[in-house]
Design a protein around this ligand. Structure first.
Ligand SMILES: N[C@@H](CCC(=O)N[C@@H](CS)C(=O)NCC(=O)O)C(=O)O
Length: 266
């Protein structure tokens, strides 16, 4: 039996749930939601399986694997008789991985920066101080910790915010251009590349940022195509987002600043 450690609104968890649902695999859910600054949510042995202490974490029997994109590839290899989300053509696989690499090459960190600058800093300010100190003491990724410190202190004036917003503008523009002549990101069918990147449109849309890319028609059509799939409903919509209202309200309050950065030439 597959077990996934995850929580509702995490982009990394959403992409793994999308993979599981598209493939029609059965899985058991264990919620580990540390993101509001609560390290006590982690089971005691969690760091043994993911030294970073992050979700998603997949268990397949005695085998345990962190890292969402590696989990998606593992599911393709371990469950080949379920619906395939990866081409058999090595060139298409390479193109798929090029799109997916953008996540670890900066997009995921940029997404966290925007999240902390726009919303989470307000949440952390109201979090119990000792609990928050414990959360940061247990955060093993020094860069993440340092970025959070700057982003919590400086919010919309953080120097990390402009390059993060620009990284999304570049990514979405590149995707839009590609999707003008291709239905999917890699090859002729829906793949792990589409699954892996769609969650960031979901995330930025939850901050009410969609007007920024309203003219990117091909990107928006691709998004509509994916969000109307039954798997998107069960993997993303049905799990919801406990911070939905906060994201919406703080996103609206931050829009003008983010729009200004978006419209700047870099
Ligand atoms: N590279 C990792 C990133 C995982 C990650 O950033 N997880 C976030 C949620 S999207 C998390 O566990 N956050 C909890 C926290 O920050 O305490 C992956 O792709 O799985």
């Amino acid at each position: 039996m597959l077990t996934l450690y995850h929580y509702d609104r995490s982009t990394a968890a959403q992409r793994v749930r999308l993979g599981l649902e598209e493939k029609g695999l059965e899985w058991k859910s264990v919620i580990v939601d540390t993101a509001l600054g609560d390290a006590s949510q982690r089971p005691d042995d969690f760091h043994k399986y993911n030294p970073k202490g992050l979700i998603p974490l997949l268990k397949d029997g005695a085998f345990t694997l962190p890292e969402s994109t590696l989990i998606l590839e593992y599911l393709e290899d371990a469950y080949p008789n379920h619906i395939n989300l990866r081409s058999k053509d090595p060139k298409e696989v390479a193109k798929m991985r090029l799109w997916m690499r953008k996540i670890e090459d900066g997009i995921h960190v940029a997404s966290r920066t925007i999240g902390v600058c726009v919303v989470n800093r307000h949440i952390y300010k109201k979090t119990d101080k000792e609990q928050l100190a414990d959360y940061y003491a247990k955060m093993r990724d020094g860069v993440r910790k340092n970025n959070d410190k700057i982003n919590i202190e400086m919010g919309l004036e953080s120097p990390l915010l402009p390059p993060s917003v620009q990284a999304f503008k570049e990514l979405f523009s590149e995707m839009n251009q590609h999707l003008q002549t291709n239905k999917w990101l890699a090859g002729n069918s829906y793949s792990l590349a589409d699954i892996s990147l769609v969650v960031y449109l979901t995330r930025l849309s939850s901050f009410q940022m969609a007007p920024l890319w309203s003219k990117m028609t091909a990107l928006n059509n691709w998004f509509e195509n994916i969000i109307s799939r039954p798997a998107y409903k069960s993997a993303v919509i049905d799990w919801g987002d406990i911070t939905e209202e906060k994201r919406r309200d703080e996103g609206k309050a931050a829009f003008e600043r983010v729009e200004k950065i978006w419209n700047q030439d870099n």
